[in-house]
Design a protein around this ligand. Sequence first.
Ligand code: BGC
Length: 506
Amino acid sequence: MLRIAPRAGSVLGGVVLAVACHSSGGGGTPPPPSQVSFPSTFLWGASTAGFQVEKDDSNTDWSEWVASGKIPSGDSPDVGGPDALDHFDDDIAALTTTGQTAYRFSIEWGRVFPTQAAFASATPDPQGVAAYDTLLQKLTAAHIKPLVTLAHFTMPSWLSDGIPANVSQPQGWERPETMDDFTQWCTWAATRWGASVDWWVTINEPLPYVLGGFVQGSFPPGDVLNVSRAIAIVKTQARAHARCFDAIHAADTIDADGDGHAAWVSVAAHLRTFHPYDPTEPDDVTAAARVDYIWNQWFLNAIVKGNWDDALDGSYTEANDALGDPTLVGRADYIGVNYYSDTLISAHHGLVLPIINAAVYEADLPTGRPKTDFGWDIYPEGLGTVLDEAASYGLPMIITENGLADVADANRSRFLLEHLYQLGWAMQRGDPVLGYFHWALVDNFEWANGYCPHFGLFSYDKTTGARSQKGSVATYTSIIQSGQVTTAQIDAAPAYVPPPMECTLN
Ligand code: BGC
């Protein structure tokens, strides 16, 4: 979801730079293992998000955005989507028949509380509540563990103001009442569903969210290059997350799965690797380290350590900074890791963002690596790198998203083997990972890019909604069943092929 720079090739004329392969083992560590294993307790699943798979999620900022013609392809989640609320049994069958044991999905705040009056009077929409009640009952009956996200990019439309026309008005997280309202939403959801949910994500991907909405302009409200506004929202989300964490723990006291924890609460952090565009250029090296800090560490430092770096400069010496802030520290029971790909950073070339002082390249990188239909590098080693780095927080981790746009389903099998090998290897090095959720269970509405990218393990019939398992899923199931990945399997897997089509980044 990081789409903020012009194409690398167009900016630098297709210069091909050698990007050092990040060996996750590091110096002095044992060579890559020939086999990695996963414990029998490991959670294996897939992810979705409400707005991307449901129809008629029509009381959100995103539904206003779509209705105002902001999706270049003209696609709408209400037409031709997987319609998850009418296909619970199909999706649960997709999970169970392929050996998966867990499902990450979002509960849509704007569906449960379509109006401010309904929210203020704690009078939810009966159909909205019934839908999620039913899904959770069916998941429990099928022995599938739910991992529930409470804000996956959408906000109720009653927290926005005439999007997209009033782009400069305070929207969503910027409104003074949102912090209290979100906390109340967390309390309400955890009270209602805590008996069947133990795993919670408060907010999905704070950084990509603000990049889309306030820097790149492809998400509501559609502001462009407003980095200071974006940063202010990320700061609000860090504090909102901490309050939601407390609210969920206060309300969800029922241990649904008997593991001794009533609630595991975190964010889903989008972690990436960052490399200098030109490794021989000292300013690029410095800029890559700075963006890595802001993107991968700033938020987690705040909610895990309570360390508040207000200027995002890597120091804690200014007046508004804090170490161990009691209102923030310890607000993660695990770290949710969404990992997709690598990023190149330049200090001088291309669209240098204000405040960040760097140009960010995430598609069509001149690295020689295989690409997805989105032009993203397939870079499995990066998963090991981000896990090694995030392990320093001393918390268990869950891969809450990892996947690729692959309309031909030609590369997903090898992608799964290579990423799960890196994951298993990271665990062998001591990184405490409890589960893996592939993005996505089923093809879906990919935000600004509509239906072009196909991220699903399953496709669906646009008329009947019937799910069809893609060929690559056999690989996922065999890994789940054997609990291991071997280098021999990777060697035997079909080589990556270039994408047959490209979904233009919007
Ligand atoms: C988001 C998903 C999205 C996926 C693929 C993640 O950043 O959480 O909603 O579909 O990336 O772009």
